[in-house]
Design a protein around this ligand. Structure first.
Ligand code: HEC
Length: 142
């Protein structure tokens, strides 16, 4: 009997311990949140885009394939958060009558954070500087 009690006490402590650890991890995750930059990379936007002003490189495979990369360092000069969210959900067209290439597949929370982040980017990088950067990235990967 004493043995069982002891065992139970042990597993009880273990349960509390696991609970506390999980709670702590969850707390940290919530406090840190997921920032727009992370979401941008996680959702593979870097397949077609870069953000040089934030040090976000395009994917090497895209450079190797000679894919056209559009840099978003200054996208907030032209677009606000509302526009970007609708654009990513393919609800609106741009001035050229085109919709976005890919439709947003993530959740609304992330979309908001991402759009907010992008709409605050206002440091346009000159085209020749971007070209040189892509070329350097390409060279360093070979
Ligand atoms: C398969 C390639 C591809 C992927 C992946 C992609 N995009 Fe795009 N995106 C484009 C192209 C091409 C354009 C330009 C469309 C045009 O000019 O008609 C564009 C345009 C945009 C624009 C509008 C820029 C402007 O000034 O009008 C934003 C914002 C944008 N993309 C954000 C994103 C985000 C965020 C992701 C990831 C969730 C992403 N894109 C993933 C190809 C892509």
């Amino acid at each position: 009997m004493a043995f069982i009690l002891k065992r139970n006490k042990k597993s009880y402590s273990l349960t509390i311990f696991i609970f506390c650890v999980s709670f702590f991890l969850l707390l940290i995750k919530n406090l840190m949140g997921d920032d727009g930059k992370n979401i941008f990379m996680r959702e593979n936007c870097t397949k077609c885009h870069s953000i040089k002003a934030e040090g976000v490189e395009p994917q090497k495979e895209s450079l190797l394939k000679g894919k056209k990369i559009i840099d978003h360092s200054g996208v907030g000069i032209r677009r606000d958060s509302e526009w970007i969210q609708k654009w990513l959900k393919k609800e609106i067209e741009n001035e050229k009558g085109r919709k976005h290439k890919v439709k947003w597949k993530g959740n609304n929370e992330d979309l908001k954070i991402l759009a907010e982040f992008l709409s605050n980017l206002r440091r346009e990088i000159p085209e020749d500087e971007l070209k040189k950067w892509y070329q350097d990235l390409l060279n360093s990967s070979r």
